[in-house]
Design a protein around this ligand. Structure first.
Ligand code: GRF
Length: 218
């Protein structure tokens, strides 16, 4: 079978991009990272692409007549390289229809909260300020809404009374790095089926386990 080609879109430091690179290099993921596209010429993700010999393009909206044209341009670059899955890894723009239609249920995003709670920017701060005891992260397919697409996988991460936005973000990030490669692996193995809002994963067994936080007193 032909190896799935990934197109990664990132705007910043790219630690999730790195976790995907590492998963490919370790052999966990049998995919090719075909291309990085960034809207930020200073994104550290570019350094990561260079280091690992991954092609990258800096595509900024300024050179396009509209946002739709911008995303049409991005879709074209991805299609030209036969990308089969688009992975948003800290891409700081709302993806528009031309890209979504070109890759229907083939665009994933990772969000640092348990959706549908705390969508949008600063999910970790929103959760911490709200006082939830459990937050986490979510990988989902991208639709036209803000973090609203079908959910593929989530990880629960406990919130401490002492947490700041930074400490909670750091704890959640470790789980982001764990679940994003899993979601990509499931996709690459053809094990993800989308039925309306629901994502079905073939070949997994529900085990009903949960976590309680704070821990029960002794
Ligand atoms: C992550 O927290 C991700 O959940 C959010 O943006 C951040 C990107 O971090 N969408 P990085 O660039 O992957 O390090």
């Amino acid at each position: 079978m032909k190896r799935l080609k990934l197109g990664v879109l990132a705007s910043g430091r790219g630690s999730n991009f790195q976790s995907i690179i590492d998963s490919v290099e370790s052999g966990y993921l049998n995919v090719e990272i075909r291309l990085l596209i960034t809207d930020n010429p200073n994104a550290f993700a570019i350094e990561r692409a260079k280091k690992h010999g991954i092609e990258y393009l800096v595509i900024t909206p300024g050179t396009f007549s509209s946002k739709d044209e911008y995303f049409k341009g991005i879709a074209m670059e991805l299609k030209n390289r036969e990308v089969g899955l688009v992975v948003l890894a800290g891409f700081m723009r709302i993806v528009r229809k031309p890209l979504i239609d070109a890759f229907s249920n083939k665009i994933m995003n990772i969000h640092p909260a348990i959706l549908p709670s705390f969508p949008g920017l600063h999910g970790q701060k929103q959760a911490n300020d709200y006082g939830v005891k459990i937050s986490g992260c979510t990988v989902h397919f991208v639709d036209e809404g803000m973090d609203t697409g079908p959910i593929i996988i989530q990880a629960a991460v406990p919130v401490s009374e002492e947490d700041t936005e930074d400490t909670l973000s750091e704890r959640i990030l470790k789980y982001e790095h764990r679940i994003y490669p899993v979601a990509i692996k499931l996709f690459s193995e053809g094990r993800i089926e989308v039925a309306g809002r629901k994502v079905k994963i073939k070949g997994t067994v529900f085990n009903g386990e949960g976590i309680i936080n704070p821990p029960l007193p002794g």
